[in-house]
Unconditional design. Sequence first.
Length: 362
Amino acid sequence: MTAARYCSLTQAPAPAFAPGLAAERRAALAGGRRMWVNGTVLHYCFLDGEADGSVIPVPGTGQTRWVPWAGAEEQRDVVRECFREWQELGIGVRFTEVDDRSEAELRIGFQWGDGSWSAVGREALRCGAHDRTTNFGWDLTAPGERATALHQIGHLLGMLHEHQSPHAGLHWDDEAVYAELAGPPHHWSRDRAHHTVLRTLDPDEANGAVWDPQSIMQFAVPPGLVLEPEQYRGGVHPPGTLSPADKEFVLRWYPPPDPPRPSALVPFRSAPLGLGPGDQADFRIDPPETRDYTVGTFGDGDTVVVLFEERDGEPRYLAGRDDGGTPDNASIAARLVKGRRYYVRVRLYSAWGSGGTAVMCW
C-alpha cells in the first residue's frame, strides 16, 4: 500500500437552482459558476499572525492545543514558484502577493496534519476574512511534493479532480479504496473517500471532454484500486507537472488580456452586451461625482457581474453578483468616488430569452 498523500478537497454546497431550469442553462452554470471573471487580479497572503491558527483536540487526553498556520519561508517559496508557473502560461488572471489579509482574496496556511486542500475558484470569496482558503498539510520541499502546490492552485483557478471525470471510465474497487484511505496518512471516513475519489462529476463540471491521466489534478493511484480499464490495474501515475490539457483549460477560461481599453460605461446609458455563452465584456467607469451607484444587467440571461476599483494601477475586487439560474438580474450597489477608476466585468453563462442583454450604471 502507498503512503501517497491526497488532496482533501472540501465539499462545497450544491447550487440551489430554480425548479424546472432548462438543461442548457444548468449545463452552462455547472461549467462556469466556479470560474473567476477574466482580468481578475488574485491577491494572496500567507497567514502568520498570532491569531492565525486552529484549536485541535489532543487524542486520548480530552484536552486541546493551539496549532499555528504559519509556514517556513522555504514552504512559501515553493508556493510562490508554483503561482509563477501558472502565471507564466500567459493566462488573463494574475497573482499578487500581499501582506495584509484584508487585501487578499486567497489566504494560505500551513497546518501540518490538516491535509492539503483549497477552495475551488470563486468559492474562495465565501470563506471568512480570517479563514484559510488553502492549506498545505505536509512538507512541500520533499521530493515530488511540489505537485501539491500546483494542484491546489489548479483548484483556486476553478479546476476539479481529474480522476472523478465521467470520461475517465475508471471502475474502482470501492472497498479497497475505502480501506486504503481509512488508514494513515489520511484516516478518511467513507463519506470523505467517496466525495474525493469515487464520486463521478457531472459531464458539465469536468475539466475537459476527455480524461487526462497526465493532469496535475489527477491523483496518483497505487495498484489494486482500479479494476478497469485493465492497463490501470497497476495504478495511475501522473508526472506531477502541468499537462497540455491543463494549460488548454486555463487558457480557454482565462485567455491572455486584450490590449484595447475597456469601453466606458456612462451613468444612465445602457450598453448592449452582445455576448455568446462563456463570453465576457469589460467596461470602465469614471464617476462624474461621488455618490452611491448601482451597476446591473438587463435581459433574459444568466450572468456574473464583478466590480473592481483601480488602485496602484491594478484592479481590486470590490463586489460581485451572480444571477445564474434565477429569473432576476445581477446588480451591485456601491459608493463610487470621483477621480477614481472602476471596472465592470460581465460574463454570460447563457441567454435564455428572445431579447438581448445589456449592462447599465445609474
